[in-house]
Design a protein around this ligand. Structure first.
Ligand code: NDP
Ligand code: MG
Ligand code: MG
Length: 340
């Protein structure tokens, strides 16, 4: 079994006298900056003027530009959107990186696909939390954490691994488990997971179920509860105790249906297409398409995003969630406040 590290396995001294610059203050950025500060580290945040900078200042950080934050830092963690990183790296990070400092990422995409090519005189590592940034913060505050992978691309100081582990510990990940990986493995498995299972696979499964029921004449509200709302309850059971815990909780009728009908929906054919998705990731075909899409200002991304928003499941979901005030939705709350 792979070696999973916890708090007691990690030395913290190596990071204690170092200044950490967090570049970006979005989903991951705010969580890393606050968790590391609460863990006792010296943290600065690098941003352009705007919403995130305002938020960082409200949260007690000083308003430094990316260049200013990088030039004083011993560890620079890049938490900008992946597609923006190459440009900001060339303009503001690379010219200000100190020799012997560490350049860090939370996802291997730009290093693995050579969109960012670091100088030879810095350490390069990744600490990739396996969960959304808001949970990285929330679980830290609760005394828990989100597990993370770490990986080393360049080790010029001899301390890259120790710094990466101390960083992972500082954001709370070592409470849940820290596991070694490579930039290649992290990049390819992360992209595969989000495309085939967690995001792409799941949204397509939910929509197909919803459409099958509503096209057969069942009420959209019933279809929404059945195919989307209830998912959380099922996933919570899996999260807590694996597939066996979920199957223990459901009725035997549901379990029999799981056994006989699940493989009719997701089968060898589906798996063959998952392998195609993985091949496109491994060969760089997916990365190539995404990089070009961004260079063209995202025409396809925007068209698909609009079409998806207009799917009937959106409207019925909005109505039903409005009647369930205990279901928290940050986007709808912001819409009410007029922020989006
Ligand atoms: P977000 O989109 O949430 O955050 C983006 C931040 O970058 C904002 O603070 C934004 O500030 C800032 N920014 C954007 N462009 C610039 C610029 N040109 N100059 C300065 N600041 C800029 O990013 P994520 O947290 O989602 O992703 C960050 C990294 O973490 C990525 O590598 C991603 O793959 C990885 N990751 C993300 C996860 C997640 O939970 N989202 C999970 C695991 C890894 P402004 O307000 O000024 O636009
Ligand atoms: Mg991921
Ligand atoms: Mg990802």
């Amino acid at each position: 079994m792979a070696k999973v590290l916890y708090e007691n396995d990690i030395q913290k001294e190596v990071l204690q006298n170092k200044k950490i610059a967090i570049i970006g203050y979005g989903s991951q950025g705010h969580a890393h900056a606050k968790n590391l500060r609460d863990s006792g580290y010296d943290v600065v945040v690098g941003l352009r003027p705007g919403k995130s900078q305002q938020q960082a200042v409200e949260d007690g950080f000083e308003a430094y530009t990316v260049a200013e934050a990088v030039s004083t830092a011993d560890v620079v963690m890049v938490l900008l959107p992946d597609e923006r990183q190459p440009q900001v790296y060339e303009e503001s990070i690379k010219p200000n990186l100190k020799a012997g400092s560490a350049l860090a990422f939370a996802h291997g995409f730009n290093i693995h696909f050579n969109q960012v090519v670091p100088p030879e005189n810095v350490d390069v590592f990744l600490v990739a939390p396996k969960g959304p940034g808001h949970l990285v913060r929330r679980t830290y505050e609760e005394g828990a954490g989100v597990p993370a992978l770490y990986g080393i691309h360049q080790d010029v100081t001899g301390d890259a691994k120790a710094i990466a582990l101390a960083y992972a510990e500082g954001i709370g990940a070592a409470r849940a488990g820290v596991l070694q990986t490579s930039f290649q493995e992290e990049t390819e498995t992360d992209l595969f997971g989000e495309q085939a299972v967690l995001c792409g696979g799941l949204t397509s499964l939910v929509k197909a179920g919803f459409e099958t029921l509503t096209e057969a004449g069942y009420q959209p509200e019933v279809a929404y509860f059945e195919c989307l709302h209830e998912l959380k309850l099922i996933v919570d059971l899996m999260y807590e105790g694996g597939l066996e815990n979920m199957r223990y909780s459901i009725s035997d009728t549901a379990q029999w249906g799981d056994f006989v009908s699940g493989p009719r929906v997701i089968n060898e054919e589906t798996k063959a297409r998952m392998k195609d998705v993985l091949t496109d990731i491994q060969t760089g075909k997916f990365a190539h398409g995404w990089i070009l899409e961004n260079q063209a200002n995202r025409p396809q991304f925007n068209a698909i995003n609009n079409a998806e928003y207009n799917h009937p499941i959106t409207a019925v979901g909005k109505e039903l969630r409005a009647l369930m005030p205990f279901v928290k939705n940050p986007i709808e709350n912001k819409e009410k406040e007029g922020n989006v």
